[in-house]
Design a binder for this molecule. Structure first.
Ligand SMILES: [Zn+2]
Length: 220
């Protein structure tokens, strides 16, 4: 079930709390993470380069999704606003986008190594692996294009030499997915250090996806 959000102080506060919980969960490094949320008024996105513990509700930036300029007097949006906006435009069922540089996701992204179906939770990202978006400069339209390509049938991907991005039909779901993705990355990296992880086959993953659908989890 998709939630509708509107640009209220409560919604803005929920985004700040999501940023702080990303910090508490250890999936964010410094000010590199950013969160956006689709509201009826446009995309609400965290500002550029601001510590989460200094963030106030009125510092979040409201950006129209139709390409019209942002209302003047607002802070500068996250430097990654382009892929946030493009993902929300491309995926009308998704409400939230979370981006961060969690250590294990980033380690795999440095090696440009996707996460195979080495754990059933990989299916919670919509497919049989978690792909790596090709490299492009941070904050560029080219990066947005690569991320969008990797997320075509997925709700999360790694980003080459950069980090990770996930989506959710609610803010809580997107946040949960980022923590889950880092947990999977950590498990995968650890399993590589002690042997060769066994990968679930396509039939087993189809079974998991069906079970998730029965459970009500939207995976893409
Ligand atoms: Zn980044």
């Amino acid at each position: 079930m998709t939630s509708e959000y509107s640009d209220t102080t409560e919604t803005r506060q929920a985004i700040i709390e999501a940023c702080l919980s990303m910090q508490a969960a250890g999936v964010n490094q410094g000010v590199s993470g950013n969160i956006s949320l689709r509201t009826t008024e446009g995309m609400l996105i965290t500002p550029s380069g601001l510590d989460y513990d200094k963030m106030q509700a009125d510092m979040l930036v409201l950006m129209p999704l139709d390409g019209t300029p942002i209302r003047p007097g607002q802070m500068k949006p996250s430097s990654e606003w382009q892929f946030h906006r493009d993902i929300l435009l491309a995926k009308p069922g998704e409400m939230a986008v979370v981006h961060a540089h969690p250590v294990y996701c980033t380690a795999l992204a440095m090696n440009r190594q996707p996460i195979p179906a080495c754990h059933y939770m990989v299916a919670a990202f919509g497919g049989n692996d978690i792909p790596v978006a090709d490299y492009a400069l941070f904050g560029s339209q080219a990066l947005s294009d690569q991320v969008l390509h990797a997320l075509k049938h997925r709700s999360g991907c790694l980003m080459a030499n950069h980090g990770a991005v996930v989506t959710g039909d609610t803010l809580a779901r997107a946040l949960w997915r980022m923590v889950e993705l880092e947990t999977l990355a950590k498990g995968y990296v650890t399993s590589l250090s002690i042997g060769t992880p066994k990968v679930l086959n396509a039939g087993q993953m189809t079974e998991v996806k069906k079970a998730f659908a029965d459970y009500g989890l939207k995976t893409t």
